[in-house]
Ligand binder design. Structure first.
Ligand code: HEC
Ligand code: HEC
Length: 404
């Protein structure tokens, strides 16, 4: 009984707070009926991914070796409708998805920062400092494992982490459904995005599908490097080509793990980083796979749009690309804490790169920037809540915008 009363009081308080803060949009914003750039609309109203990389799937023109420029892409998550993708965009930017209406996915995954947040480690609900850095979301449509420790195997599974973690968005399944179902504009938008269902309440699966659809539309495969890979040799200058060659060389071995075209082989690897000062050592994938040889292993991050996502590593250890690259050159295991026995990956060695070579590597990885398919942040949210001003302005500054 006491629990019940408590529950009613809490719900009532939350309800009052929500009405004070937000005036839900009375009319639902019209959902986009065309696909984002990079996708083609099929006769069944589905968005199919299209990329010059698909011509390499047949094996024609494949180069041998891991650094191959004409390497095919892994399978992609596509086949969502334009309406689902656009609904996902609203949800992604809407703080109404959090327990108290203050944190959205975009709080930590900001478009102008490569869908990361510029912090060493992210900050969640009530300014809670998290243990790890927010990874970029570009090209997540191609990933099989999610999180630094590879503990989730789908985008849908991944998002239940931040949504329901009390330190991140701090909502519950019940609260999320109650909130969204209480907003008429969202009810209409879900009906439009999922038309085959009988009219009724918004379901959790539909929320996950829409956000997955939006995340899967974040494609970045049209950088100057890509133009070079497809045969336009003038796209890179001499210093950048030198950098690419070092990157692919058997001395530096970067491409063994940061394999083109995604610049990750999607595996976990121990590179032997120390914990940042004042933090305890993060066991990483050891916990996911219950395997001591994976102590300190993390998912190889993509280097796409890496120029936008400083500071680097799972704990934001390095502020610049130059410092990150100097780490690889400083010798295998040089940072391993004395009390730790780590099984450092065999591709981490002693490349003894010269200052010049490290500069060229920086030149090269900066050619992996492509934000031409940047989505636009919504101007008005269906919840009536304000979008974080920083997110909005910076997202609009950065690029050519499409109608999404
Ligand atoms: C409070 C900050 C914060 C919020 C809010 C947040 N994230 Fe994240 N996100 C992170 C951090 C930190 C990680 C890495 C955590 C880890 O690896 O343990 C992450 C990881 C991810 C990943 C995995 C990427 C990869 O390459 O493995 C995806 C996808 C993602 N978030 C999507 C979302 C979505 C969708 C939402 C909203 C439902 C969201 N995030 C909300 C901070 C946040
Ligand atoms: C054995 C596999 C492996 C090799 C070889 C390797 N890396 Fe990495 N790289 C990783 C892993 C794993 C991380 C993430 C480590 C962490 O966060 O603890 C990483 C992180 C990075 C980052 C930071 C990315 C981010 O989003 O924070 C950059 C930049 C980078 N590597 C560049 C390079 C370059 C340049 C080379 C060649 C000199 C190289 N790497 C060689 C596995 C590798």
């Amino acid at each position: 009984m006491r629990v019940l009363i408590f529950f009613i009081v809490v719900s009532a308080t939350v309800a009052v707070e929500m009405t004070l803060r937000s005036t839900p949009a009375t009319r639902a914003p019209a959902l986009c009926n065309t696909c984002p750039p990079g996708f083609e609309l099929t006769d069944n109203n589905l968005c199919k991914f299209r990329s010059p990389y698909q011509q390499y799937e047949s094996g024609l023109g494949n180069e041998p070796g891991v650094g191959g420029l004409k390497t095919a892409l892994p399978a992609v998550r596509d086949g969502f409708t334009p309406q689902q993708i656009d609904l996902g965009r609203y949800l992604f930017f809407d703080p109404v998805l959090s327990g108290d209406g203050t944190v959205s996915c975009a709080t930590c995954h900001q478009p102008a920062k490569g869908f990361s947040d510029g912090l060493k480690t992210s900050v969640g609900l009530h300014n809670t400092k998290l243990k790890r850095a927010a990874p970029s979301l570009w090209n997540v449509a191609f990933y099989k494992k999610f999180f630094w420790d590879a503990r989730a195997t789908s985008l849908e599974e991944q998002m239940t982490g931040p949504l329901y973690s009390p330190d991140e968005m701090g909502t519950t399944r019940e609260h999320l459904l109650e909130t969204l179902n209480g907003i008429a504009a969202y009810r209409d938008m879900f009906q439009e995005a999922f038309p085959s269902r009988a009219t009724g309440a918004i379901r959790l699966g539909e929320i996950y599908t829409a956000i997955t659809a939006f995340e899967s539309s974040l494609i970045s495969l049209n950088s100057r490097y890509d133009q070079y890979a497809h045969g336009y040799h003038e796209a890179l200058n001499k210093a950048e080509i030198e950098g690419l060659n070092i990157f692919r060389s058997f001395v530096a071995r970067c491409a063994e793990c940061h394999t083109p075209p995604l610049f990750t082989n999607q595996q976990v690897a121990v590179i032997g980083l120390a914990a940042p000062e004042g933090s305890t050592f993060d066991p990483g994938a050891q916990e996911t796979f219950h395997d001591a040889s994976l102590r300190g292993a993390f998912k190889v991050p993509s280097l796409r749009n890496i120029d936008r996502t400083a500071p680097y590593t799972h704990a934001g250890r390095f502020n610049s690309l130059r410092e990150m690259i100097a780490f690889y050159s400083a010798g295998r295991g040089h940072e391993v804490p004395r009390n730790e026995k780590l099984h450092i990956h065999w591709h981490i060695w002693e490349p003894k790169l010269t200052d010049d070579e490290m500069d060229r590597l920086v030149d090269f990885v900066k050619t992996l920037t492509d934000e031409s398919f940047m989505p636009r942040a919504p101007e008005i949210l269906p919840s009536g809540l304000a979008i974080d001003k920083n997110i909005n302005q910076k997202a609009q500054l950065s690029q050519t915008l499409h109608t999404h």
